[in-house]
Design a protein around this ligand. Sequence first.
Ligand SMILES: [Zn+2]
Length: 278
Amino acid sequence: MPHTRFLLSALLAVLLPAYTNAADDELIIVQEGDLPLVISAPHGGALELPGAPIRIGEGLKKGASGFFAGRDTGTEELALLVVKLLDEKLPGAPSCVISRVHRKYVDFNRPAEIGVEHEKARTLHDSWHLALRTSVNRIRETHGAGLLIDLHGQGSSASTVFRGTSHGLTVQQLKKRHGESAHAGEHSLTGILKQSGWTMHPDPFSGREQAGFTGGHIVRTYGSHKPDGIDAIQLELGADYRKASARHKVATQLADAIVRYCELYLPTNLPSSTQSTQ
Ligand SMILES: [Zn+2]
């Protein structure tokens, strides 16, 4: 299938160190799949954005929802591997939008007025959000419901993964259809990940999400609290989950958890997916 070939070339690009001068259209890895799943990773890239200066954030407030230019190391590679594993484990392909460009040039998890300081960055920011919007719209139209996983890295606690849903707001459709336990119970995505050995926060899962990791621009734009959104969960991974030596294990655990989530909460009887999900 075409998407598989595209993904393979994207994987090669990441794995081959010589591959450093990507063209503009190779700065974001986009896969348009047929499953009700989309994986995004906006901050893992390391490439330069040719012709654009490094952002300086003049006059902007710094930190959690403001200006920040640090890279979420390891999340680009991890996201790609999760997409590949989901492709193998599920009867269809997930969608993905994964940045290869360094966050110091553009921040896709902020509105343009914070994440963009140059025309080239603006074009790329527009492309990113067009790709994600296209996937989310297709998922809503085809399946009626879906899941967006937005992958990030945090430096506060190496052993912890912080869930960000704006305290359940961005998974409103999931809670409405399957009850509060689908968000905060033993068989929620958070619960499934904990069972596979991850240290999750909040725990208990019904607790308040950590300030600064409650979910950024992406989950707040595409989450199911919006009439044109799908359930959206931000995961902020500590360093233990992003180091290269743990990558295959972590990607497998996350892909398996997403597969389980699909079985419990999403229609995946592809290709026609005639099951009503309204
Ligand atoms: Zn991030």
